[in-house]
Design a protein around this ligand. Sequence first.
Ligand code: CTP
Length: 451
Amino acid sequence: MKKVITYGSFDLFHEGHYRLLKRAKELGDYLIVGITTEQYDNQRGKLNVVDSLMDRIEHVKQTGLVDEIIIEDHIGQKTEDIIKYNIDVFTVGSDWTGVFDYLKEYCEVVYLERTRGVSSTMKRAQNYSIIRLGIVGTGRIAKRFIPEAKYVSGINVEAVYNPNIDSARNFAEQFELERFTEEFEQFMDGIDAIYIASPHETHYEYIKRALTEHKHVLCEKPMVLNENEAKELYALAKDNDCILMEGIKTAYCPGFQQVLSVVRSGLIGKVCDVEACFTKLENPLSRELTDVKYGGSFTELGSYALLPIIKILGKNYKNVFFQSIYAENGIDMYTKVHFEYEKAMATAKVGLQAKSEGQMIISGTKGYVIVDAPWWKTSSFEIRYEDSTYNEKYFSKFLGDGLRYEISDFVSAVNGNEKNGWKLTREESIAIARLMECFLSRKGLENDTIL
Ligand code: CTP
């Protein structure tokens, strides 16, 4: 019996997929199809798959052409499968010509002519119109956003707004954007969504204006610095049928998701302690270190360090204490936050003028997870036990600057697919806003050192 194998995502199943499977079957007697998992697609940077794995399996099954379906979930699996299933022919479409020649060592490799004029990518574009996005702010993060957005299909950055017209013009020229303006109303004409990367304290007003005009919003962290504002904006988004998402990029990246899954699966027992540290030495003349009202370490980096604590231990802490070292101008150079929960505790440490190891440790009753620095760009972590022979190390891709993951989830949400909403829920985002408010309201009080 001649065995044939082929692989793919088979998203939004189409004529090209059917024709490929038909010809693949004709190459032998028994056809095996490997379908990629969502996790694997994410890891290899394919961030736009719409159908769930179950739906994709069902569509391939319904063709009646396939004898066996398997799941492809890791790199290097193809050689394993070929040996394991005793495969005679490996085949894929001609868009992959040459890429799989290394498999010739194990079996025959056939590249089948790709069907012209159809692809999952084209179907995605037909099903959903391209989201026209405008950017508010022209600083460092805004500059990182544009190259990252190019990795996500279904979104196009078209305009930039900055109250300073020269900055807007320079930004538009640098990134070849169609429009730049210093007028917010004009800016919102002809766009569907905005990404906000302006100074923290300006977010609330921009979000409110955009939502009122029925524009979807992706806003850099910290979204707002006040609990009631966060609640009000999420309610406004709901009333106006718009997506409002806080861009804490770590929340959306695959490695961090994997850490949370490991912890939730009980592998380290009951969680007793979460410690997360994020420091980044900043230029003393930067906005972060000179904006005495809203700058400083906690407003700048706190969202990251609070994220794993709120995700793992929840929003119902019994107590929270802040301790800061302040610079003369009142900016917190370094801040430590202690949480007390019913049966656990946590610490978040952030600093713009103090340097420490950027790692995260989640301690449990059976073992602990250590996430290597920089944990907020999670690419490796280890589960460690008393008996170190059981230790296990995990690796995950963190592609580019990592903004592409949140952009991709934003696009899915705007297109009506909120399957990723759990990565950072409204309630979690509101809890982080509450902690920002709490920090700002007690700044300079007891427990603080001024340097
Ligand atoms: N395929 C094909 N003809 C097409 C589209 C896909 O023969 N018009 C083949 C691919 O070469 C591959 C298989 O179908 O062997 C599964 O491809 P997949 O990547 O799932 O489909 P695409 O439509 O190419 O997906 P995307 O646009 O997301 O890359």
